[in-house]
Design a protein around this ligand. Structure first.
Ligand SMILES: Cc1cc2nc3c(=O)[nH]c(=O)nc-3n(C[C@H](O)[C@H](O)[C@H](O)COP(=O)(O)OP(=O)(O)OC[C@H]3O[C@@H](n4cnc5c(N)ncnc54)[C@H](O)[C@@H]3O)c2cc1C
Length: 444
């Protein structure tokens, strides 16, 4: 199947051509691919791989843009370790390989919802937790911050439980550890009673949007916006809980599938064939973003997620919240001045601080700014310029997305950097869970 059709090919699993991530930028062939179907089988494969002096990585759904999962040795998928083990009293213990999409429905049947989710729901729960995946909401932390407890499998094959009261240091480190502190087998998350969200979308001028952003962030449980490069146009998305009944979801899916993804696919192909037309394509997107003001009511897990069928590469930085507006203004100026050939909208979201050692939100309320480039188009000049702006504002990169930082630049961004790596070396002295990409991040 060609890479630019609208049909999504499976990412994060191995077939005759090896393993590929969602964007297609990361491809490799592991020596061995194992899908344990019980905790005992998972423990055995970790124990045997480590005892043989070999390396092991775990794949979620392959939706990271960087080679976190890449290995030429043992690759594990936990897709058979999936489902809810228990759910009561506002929390659930969930097998780590559970995909977020079915999880939403399973929790709803039990009267519960996740507190917040990102804008897709195809990740494995453990994959989302391991990288600090987040949605938007000034008072809401990342998915990792919703975790109350973990069951980890360590190199010897033994399990360890950690939470705020049991092995608290391990808990502070292991919620965002990129698969370097053991394999998560089960994850206990905090839940909220099932709720519906009312979504409103409206177009707005960039300056007005940035001026009103603090108030939107305070008034709405979820506020984000997309800015169309080479224009002053934004599309604002606001969501609050509601008692209103669910609106017609089928119509929305049709709109997303055919109008949003279909049109974006067409404009993207035109841009890729004629990169000089990308700014004009962005203007078309900006114009169509303002075409209607729409509203929708859906159960929370459906309201959060959107269909992303047009493939792209992405960089995202998490900036101190007060710096977000200036950074976006500088990005707009850079895009105009350098006539950057991009048509994909830039996403601007809010994430609350947490206390997880390697979380990009460690002790800092953040604005997350994401820049995207269509698959097959040159992203280097755009991402390089954006990264310089974000770094100048003290930004920390999203662990699952593209950036150029190595241990030297990362260490000063994380007050608990040394504590994390001391703990990691104690748990995994042989580096069983470390691959070449992690070595550049960690400086091993
Ligand atoms: C279209 C698209 C939209 C996205 N939207 C958002 C968004 O809204 N917000 C956001 O923050 N991010 C977003 N992302 C990024 C994405 O959420 C993260 O990269 C996430 O980590 C992907 O989850 P995954 O299950 O595919 O994990 P993978 O990419 O397969 O793996 C990610 C990491 O998790 C580790 N891992 C997986 N399973 C385990 C386990 N059982 N134990 C230990 N480690 C494990 C892997 O080793 C790896 O280090 C998006 C990505 C794409 C492609």
């Amino acid at each position: 199947m060609s890479s630019n059709t609208l049909v999504e090919t499976p990412a994060g699993s191995v077939n005759q051509r090896g393993w590929s991530n969602w964007s297609g930028a990361v491809q490799f062939t592991p020596k061995q691919y194992t899908r344990p179907d019980s905790l005992a089988a998972l423990q055995a494969v970790v124990r045997n791989t480590a005892a043989a002096g070999r390396r092991l990585r775990v794949s979620g759904s392959g939706h990271s843009f960087v080679p976190l999962v890449a290995t030429d040795d043992q690759l594990l998928s936990l897709d058979q370790l999936s489902g809810i083990e228990s759910c009561a009293d506002g929390q659930a213990t969930i097998w780590a390989g559970t995909q977020l999409r079915p999880l939403g429905g399973m929790l709803e049947q039990r009267g519960y919802s996740m507190l917040n989710l990102g804008d897709i729901n195809v990740q494995a729960l453990a994959g989302a937790v391991a990288t600090g995946t987040h949605g938007t909401g000034a008072a809401l932390g990342s998915i990792s911050s919703q975790v109350l407890g973990l069951t980890l499998v360590l190199p010897g094959g033994e399990t360890v439980e950690c939470s705020a009261t049991q092995e608290p240091e391990l808990f502070a480190a292991a919620r965002v550890a990129l698969g370097s502190l053991g394999v998560m087998a089960k994850i206990t998350v905090k839940l909220e009673k099932a709720y519906r969200l009312k979504l409103s979308k409206q177009a707005m001028d960039l300056d007005e949007c940035l001026a009103r952003a603090p108030q939107f962030a305070a008034d709405y449980r979820h506020f984000e916006f997309y800015w169309c490069p080479h224009t002053r146009r934004t599309l604002v998305k606001l969501m609050n809980p509601t008692e209103e009944p669910e609106s017609n979801r089928g119509l929305t899916t049709f709109t997303e599938l055919v109008l949003e993804n279909g049109a974006l696919d067409l404009l993207s192909r035109i841009s890729r064939a004629n990169p000089n037309w990308a700014p004009a394509m962005s203007k078309v997107i900006a114009w169509s973003a303002g075409a209607d003001e729409s509203h929708m009511v859906a159960s929370s897990h459906r309201a959060f997620s959107t269909l992303r069928m047009v493939r792209f590469n992405e960089m995202e930085y998490e900036l101190p919240a007060p710096d977000g507006a200036d950074a976006l203004r500088e990005l707009a100026e850079f895009v105009d001045k350098k006539r950057i050939l991009v048509h994909f909208p830039v996403e601007y979201r809010y994430v609350a601080a947490d206390d997880i050692w390697l979380s990009p939100f460690y002790r800092r309320d953040a604005v997350a700014i994401s820049v995207h480039q269509y698959k097959g188009m040159d992203y280097a000049p755009y991402f390089r310029g954006a990264e310089a702006i974000f770094r100048n504002h003290g930004g920390r990169p999203h662990w699952g997305k593209m950036h150029t930082l190595t241990a030297k630049e990362l260490a000063p961004l994380y007050p608990q950097w040394d504590a994390f790596h001391a703990l990691r070396r104690r748990i995994d002295p042989q580096g069983v869970f470390v691959n070449p990409y992690l070595r550049t991040l960690f400086g091993d």
